[in-house]
Design a protein around this ligand. Structure first.
Ligand code: ADP
Ligand code: TRP
Length: 332
């Protein structure tokens, strides 16, 4: 069977430079390079509900993230680009998986364990955890197995979830004699981990993000806030600094110019201006496209729906086969 690359993005909050460098740009590149593979990129909007994302925020983030992927050149004719919620067959598969999944497997899931560890009152530790979060890996496994994905590009934190999907596919295959593809996680070793405005990993959970679409003036303020050391004014600057990672990620192919700048004795102020200019230059053309797309909700909606009929037909065929295999079929 040919390679099928699939990944989901939760629409929670505005996309930031870390999402761009670590997920959006590499996935679009992968779709472009993988002539032999089918690509599936989707907005995991039902997953966003597990974190209690506010309705308006979920809706706005869906809009913003869809426009962002297209602005960076995702070709919806080459890759399937859709919303999880437009493929209701996912829920039917999710239920079938729920019924072969040992509860202990969910007890051990990172997302659930992390939420449990966060509870101050350990006695009622499960009280504030919704069942959506507990069964999060089951919906995710259904996303993956429904389209028989073989390669799932994800960050390290998601690897366990792909292993759950693989384990469940094996259980179903063994139990009913199906032939579900066994997915594997693809963690980009070379993937950059972008630092945020406080120097830690850029993440919505740390509140240190640099959103992709902030105006250049605000961008320069956020970059100015990145802490620097007290190296002497004309001394070379350390290359293990957050600003080096940031500038390198956005300088295009000329990474040597960043090294040269750090060696040259340029001041932190000059380095910050360089980083800001590099980011603005890389975002110039996508920003123009983004502004056009973001105003055209009808176009975004049409794009997300473009290939849903095709996807649902594929999904319905798999579900029909599995229904029959588990014993749910017409009486005559
Ligand atoms: P956040 O940590 O801001 O909530 P998500 O968990 O929604 O971000 O991540 C969405 C995608 O972006 C994932 O594939 C993740 O690996 C990637 N990503 C998030 N933050 C960074 C970062 N600072 N550097 C590189 N990639 C990142
Ligand atoms: N859980 C993933 C995240 O938080 C998003 C996601 C949902 C996903 N379904 C998926 C990723 C299927 C890969 C495959 O980033």
């Amino acid at each position: 069977m040919s390679r099928r690359i699939l990944t989901g993005i939760k629409p929670t909050g505005s996309p930031h430079l870390g999402n761009l460098a670590g997920a959006i740009a590499p996935a679009i590149q992968m779709a472009h390079d993988a002539a032999d593979a089918q690509c599936f990129f989707f907005l995991a909007d039902f997953h966003a509900l597990t974190g209690g994302t506010a309705p308006d925020e979920l809706h706005a983030a869906t809009h913003e993230i869809a426009a962002t992927w297209l602005a960076f050149g995702l070709d919806p004719k080459r890759a399937f680009f859709y919303r999880q919620s437009d493929i209701p067959e996912v829920f039917e598969l999710s239920w079938m998986l729920t019924c072969v999944c040992p509860k202990g497997m969910m007890n051990r899931s990172h997302a659930y364990k992390a939420a449990k560890a966060d509870q101050a009152d350990k006695k009622g530790a499960d009280d504030n955890i919704n069942m959506g979060l507990f069964t999060y890996p089951l919906l995710m496994a259904a996303d993956i197995l429904l389209f028989q994905a073989t390669d799932v590009p994800v960050g390290k934190d998601q690897v366990q979830h792909i292993e759950v999907a693989r384990d469940l596919a094996q259980r179903v295959n063994l139990h009913v004699g199906s032939n579900l593809a066994l997915p594997k996680a693809v963690v980009a070793e070379s993937g950059v981990l972008l630092p945020g405005s406080d120097g830690r990993k850029m993440s919505k959970s740390y509140g240190n993000t640099i959103p992709i679409w902030v105006e250049p003036k605000r961008l320069s303020k956020l970059i100015a806030a990145i802490p620097t050391d007290s190296s002497a004014k004309n001394a070379p600057k350390p290359k293990n600094h957050a600003l080096h990672v940031l500038a390198t990620a956005f300088c295009g192919t000329d990474t040597q110019s960043v090294d040269a700048l750090f060696d040259s004795g340029a001041s932190w102020h000059e380095i910050k201006i360089f980083a800001c200019d590099a980011i603005c230059a890389q975002l110039l053309e996508p920003r123009r496209k983004y502004q056009e797309l973001a105003q055209d909700s009808a176009l975004l909606e049409r794009t997300l729906m473009l290939r849903v009929p095709e996807l649902r037909e594929t999904a319905a065929n798999l579900i029909a086969e599995l229904r029959s295999k588990v014993g749910i079929r017409r009486l005559s």
